[in-house]
Design a protein around this ligand. Structure first.
Ligand code: GLP
Length: 241
């Protein structure tokens, strides 16, 4: 596991550099996309390179990590819409080349299996962008998630619902109770994992991720087993290392 400690702007440039290098080598690269605030500066940097330097996503494919269950299709916090707003529309990424788990599916287990199959059919994810929750979750794999898990429905913890209430008018009651998420086993199959974390509130999760024992109680620790994992953190998030 490679750990880089630098200011947030530099971290975003490093992550964008890794993505650009893949895109230049193979325009049909498969990227794993994360929501949350952690990757936003990376998306800003990719949008800038698209605008000013012609970086093209025309042939790239994207797979999202997770999705809320039951949010209406037009809801701005539905992760498919967040990804459209924060990255896809800004880099002219064809909509049918960016997929996420279907949080409105009538048959949830079938939708989860179909999503796993779509990732496999695309040849797997080349680079997966990740954030980490204050409780150590990656995607929505909350503490206690099997380290071998696949895409499935999960109940959000009270802590995550409180953390995410800021996206729902600071009203925790509006935060969905369930989500679909790629499993830790799914995420571990990506060929390169790039995790970003900034701010003191992430310090304990980053400490566990890098230095803690591998444990389902700190789901991010599974990354210690990955052959190519990069952890990009600012001083505050690294303050317990
Ligand atoms: C959310 C997302 C995760 C994200 C995490 C951290 O719950 N499902 O993918 O990594 O929270 O969010 P943030 O980057 O906003 O701190």
């Amino acid at each position: 596991m490679e750990v880089v400690i630098a200011p947030a702007e530099e971290l975003a440039v490093l992550a964008a550099d890794a993505i650009e290098a893949l895109l230049r080598r193979d325009p049909a690269v498969v990227l794993g996309l994360a929501t949350g605030s952690s990757p936003l500066k990376v998306y800003d940097e990719l949008a800038r390179r698209h605008r000013e330097e012609g970086l093209s996503f025309a042939r790239a494919r994207g797979f999202m990590l997770d999705e809320y269950v039951g949010l209406p299709a037009e809801h701005p916090q539905r992760y498919r819409n967040v990804i459209e707003t924060e990255i896809a529309s800004r880099v002219a990424w064809p909509a049918d080349q960016v997929l996420g788990p279907d949080g409105l599916a009538a048959d949830i287990p079938a939708a989860c299996s179909a999503y796993e199959q779509a990732i496999t059919d695309a040849g797997g994810v080349d680079l997966q962008i990740l954030g980490i929750g204050t409780d150590g979750h990656i995607a929505f794999n909350e503490p206690g998630s099997s380290l071998a898990s696949r895409t499935r429905i999960k109940t959000l913890t009270a802590q995550t619902r409180v953390d995410n209430a800021r996206f729902f008018d600071d009203d925790v009651e509006q935060v969905p109770t369930h989500c679909l998420t790629q499993g830790l086993g799914t995420i571990m199959q990506a060929r390169h994992l790039v995790l970003l974390a900034t701010g003191r509130q992430k310090a304990e999760a980053v400490h566990q991720l890098v230095e803690g024992p591998i444990s389902a109680m700190w789901p991010g620790t599974v990354m210690q087993l990955h052959p190519h994992a990069t952890v990009l953190v600012d001083d505050a998030a690294a303050s317990r290392l």
